[in-house]
Unconditional design. Structure first.
Ligand SMILES: [Fe+2]
Ligand SMILES: [Fe+2]
Length: 298
């Protein structure tokens, strides 16, 4: 038995008024109300799926045709008398169709959104390390973030995903332009922050801007840009883009954070041309074959 949200099941009891017809191996979706007078908060009403045989046993454990004992402890921690509000057989073919749909829903955008989740986790770690003034921890996690931005944002999005969006989404050109600018800002902030770290400084203003802006950027992509683009993505488009992202992933060489005390990072000029040059060189060193190979595949 599983409560709704924990899993999936259902029965075909045509009448709870006494004449219970049960089909073997059938699963039932049962909606219930707890009859305990003080049960008001968590499980007054609910739904779960259960094998019909098991449900029949529970019906036999309580007085009244529509009454049954809760399967195990109820959510308040007790075995209670529940009233069955309705029961319905689980349509297993529908469940498997649903699973199939879920499988086909995986596309380049859902993959990128999964990657966003990992970036958000890194941002949480970074946030925490800033509070603890954990310089060495920040050195490693900021390097991981830099790698993620290079692979996910600068390579996957800018080389293959944004060109698709520019072509297929209304206002795609302008929207991707904003996203491109964001990416450069992140690289710039991150680099300057790491320069500070190697000088034993935690530049709070920089890192806080980075965290807030990157979280907002992910929100914009997740909630606006990618859903719009997803609507325009055909199965064929997906089949074209997917291998390109996979190639980038395989070719990407993760940059080693190195030793913080080596002081190898140079302060980055605010000059846009220099930022572009740095991004370009980072692409080169972090790819087998460098930037030319990435663009060559486009
Ligand atoms: Fe992204
Ligand atoms: Fe992005």
């Amino acid at each position: 038995m599983k409560y709704k949200g924990q899993s999936d099941i259902i029965v075909n009891i045509e009448s709870l008024g006494g004449n219970i017809k049960v089909m073997s191996e059938q699963l039932l979706d049962v909606k219930y109300e707890c009859t305990h007078p003080s049960c008001q908060v968590f499980c007054k009403k609910g739904e779960f799926t259960i094998e019909e045989g098991e449900f029949k046993e529970l019906l036999g454990m309580a007085e009244g045709d529509e009454m049954f004992r809760s399967p195990g402890a109820c959510r308040m921690g007790y075995n209670q008398v529940f009233k069955a509000v309705s029961t319905a057989p689980v349509d297993e073919s529908a469940v498997s169709e649903e699973e199939k749909d879920t499988e086909t829903e995986v596309n380049v955008f859902t993959i990128l959104m999964d990657e966003h989740e990992k970036v958000l986790e890194t941002l949480d770690i970074l946030d925490n390390q800033v509070k603890k003034r954990d310089l060495d921890g920040l050195w490693v996690s900021s390097s991981r973030l830099e790698n993620d931005i290079l692979l996910h944002s600068i390579k996957k999005e800018e080389l293959f995903i944004f060109p698709f969006i520019r072509e297929n989404v209304t206002m795609g050109e302008a929207l991707c332009g904003i996203m491109d600018e964001d990416h450069r800002e992140f690289i710039s902030l991150l680099h300057a922050f790491r320069v500070g770290l190697q000088e034993n400084e935690v530049l709070d203003g920089l890192v806080n801007s980075l965290i807030v802006n990157l979280r907002n950027h992910i929100k914009k992509e997740n909630n606006e840009l990618f859903p719009m683009a997803s609507e325009k993505l055909s199965a064929e488009d997906n089949q074209t883009l997917l291998p390109k992202l996979e190639e980038l992933e395989k070719a990407h060489i993760t940059l080693d954070p190195g030793n913080r005390s080596d002081m190898k990072l140079q302060a980055m000029s605010e000059d846009r041309a220099q930022i572009e040059a740095e991004i370009s060189s980072l692409k080169t060193v972090s790819s087998v074959g460098g930037e030319e190979m990435c663009c060559g595949g486009h």
